[in-house]
Design a protein around this ligand. Structure first.
Ligand SMILES: [Cu+2]
Length: 136
């Protein structure tokens, strides 16, 4: 049977893909946010997905000190994007191509208001910026 090696390779690839997902799921967080990139009224934006931020443009992400926080982005428009928290030294890998996802995690320590933004040249200015609010 000529198809057997192909099946074996497919099974192997599926296994690797599942292992990759497992790694992400093991990155436990107290609070998780999901944002989808998109164009709204001619401006680039992060659009909240699910929970209290669902449908909001560049939503305030409110967390409490001590919480382990996960922020995931999904590419909704096909351009290259990422999400960075420059004040906290965190940045997702770039998401290139529609439906590609990436995430970052951090533990909120200091109260304050921090920017999250896209580091691709021009995107912050085009609208891809919001606020992370860390409360007591
Ligand atoms: Cu961007």
């Amino acid at each position: 049977m000529k198809t057997k090696p192909i099946l074996a390779i497919l099974l192997l690839l599926c296994g690797l893909a599942l292992a990759g997902c497992g790694e992400q799921a093991g990155d436990e967080a107290d609070l998780a946010f999901s944002l989808r990139t998109g164009i709204v009224e001619g401006r680039m934006a992060y659009i909240g997905v699910g929970g209290a931020i669902d449908g909001q443009i560049n939503p305030d992400l409110t967390v409490q000190t001590g919480q382990r926080v996960r922020i995931a982005i999904v590419n909704g428009d096909g351009a290259s994007h990422d999400l960075a928290l420059p004040d906290l030294g965190r940045q997702t890998p770039p998401v290139m191509g529609k439906e590609t996802a990436a995430a970052l995690t951090f533990t909120a320590s200091e109260t304050g208001v921090y920017s999250y933004l896209c580091t691709v040249a021009g995107h912050r200015q085009a609208g891809m910026e919001g606020r992370l609010v860390v409360t007591q």
